[in-house]
Design a binder for this molecule. Structure first.
Ligand code: ATP
Ligand code: LTN
Length: 330
């Protein structure tokens, strides 16, 4: 059996980048009988930056419904909310006590997010990676499907697992990141050299899975390209067009080479029009399913059963870890 775990922060409306970078990989992995998959809503991670209480609650529930609307199958995947399994905080603290401030300060995500904080930088933003390591190591995960931006955190997780194992004896499995090279990094529609991010203050930068369909189509049509006019993949010189080709290819499973051929005598307007229609079909399908799940009691039952399984696995691990570290009386 291969155990797989991944999480997404409920820090906004999830985007096609989150779908293509992380969720789509799960849709493939769940086809294999040998895989056991845990997916969670990383609400403890979301509060490392300021969140409105009401919006956070809404985003947690919406993310759960969106996972299902995207095609996550509950017989293969166990879905839960991170804060409902307190073992994450427990192991998170132990991981923090084995992390060095110097290595945390060198994390790219910390450096980027730090720049954007206007009301101060929380300690949680700095200690985000040890909590993420705990999320993974608690479950002895073998594989962690993520986008490229998370590979540094995965490397830190591997270091922490090895560091702990060397200090206290074999305790944690050392996990591997699983990154889809084609969709590892989807870029902003307005600044195509920056990553598409759901917490971007400019909503034109991303397509959220819950965007109004016409708004989403407009965002594609007004996406930044270049003045050359030809539809070809060239990340260096044509980042905007290359990004749209990547999205087109990932949503349709048509190779970029075939798309270049298809549009070799075409213009940006036609290309964007077609992509806008593809996005429309993709979002309509997800939103229809979302509208069902968000209202159904099924959602709570799924989250309850995911929480119970996660708690069962994680609490056993925590007991072992506490013993190894010498905490408490047992
Ligand atoms: P935030 O803006 O709040 O930091 P985010 O949009 O970067 O959020 P996360 O919750 O941090 O999203 O990431 C969830 C998953 O989506 C992770 O596996 C991450 O690697 C992946 N992901 C995020 N952004 C992209 C992107 N632009 N391209 C591909 N994958 C991405
Ligand atoms: N840091 C991740 C979200 C996340 C995660 C995890 C992903 C938190 N814990 C464990 C995979 C495994 C992000 O995407 N920002």
């Amino acid at each position: 059996m291969t155990r797989i775990i991944t999480g997404i922060q409920p820090s906004g409306n999830i985007t096609i980048a989150n779908y293509l970078g992380a969720i789509k990989q799960i849709l493939e992995l769940q086809k294999d009988e040998q895989n056991e998959i845990l997916i969670f809503i990383a609400d403890l991670h979301a509060i490392t930056v300021n969140q409105d209480r009401i919006a956070l609650k809404k985003h947690i529930r919406e993310l759960a419904a969106l996972y299902l609307a995207c095609g996550i199958k509950t017989d293969k995947c166990h879905m839960f909310i991170q804060s409902e399994v307190p073992c994450h905080n427990q192991l998170g603290w132990i991981m923090e006590c084995n992390s060095y401030i110097g290595e945390l300060e060198r994390m790219t995500q910390f450096k980027d997010k730090k720049q954007k904080q206007t009301d101060g930088i929380t300690a949680g933003l700095l200690t985000y990676p040890p909590l993420m390591a705990a999320d993974i190591l608690l479950y002895d995960a073998d594989v962690v499907p993520v986008g490229e931006d998370q590979t540094q955190h995965l490397e830190m997780t591997r270091n922490l697992a090895n560091r702990f194992n060397n200090k206290y004896g074999e305790t944690f499995k050392v996990p591997e990141a699983l990154v889809n090279k084609n969709t590892a990094k989807i870029y902003s529609l307005v600044e195509p050299t920056l990553k598409m991010s759901k917490s971007d203050p400019n909503p034109k930068a991303y397509i959220a899975l819950l965007d109004d369909i016409n708004v989403a189509k407009k965002k594609i049509k007004s996406a930044i390209t270049d003045s050359e006019g030809s539809i070809r993949y060239d990340k260096e010189n044509k980042p905007g067009v290359s990004n749209l080709l990547t999205i087109y290819s990932a949503l349709t499973n048509i190779s970029i080479k075939d798309l270049e051929e298809k549009y070799k005598n075409s213009n940006y307007q036609q290309f964007k029009e077609d992509l806008a229609n593809i996005v429309e079909e993709f979002l309509t399908n997800i939103q229809n399913k979302f509208n069902y799940y968000i209202k159904s009691n099924e959602l709570d039952l799924i989250l309850n059963s995911g929480r119970d399984l996660a708690y069962h696995l994680a609490s056993r691990k925590i007991q072992k870890v506490y013993k190894k570290v010498g905490l408490g009386r047992n």
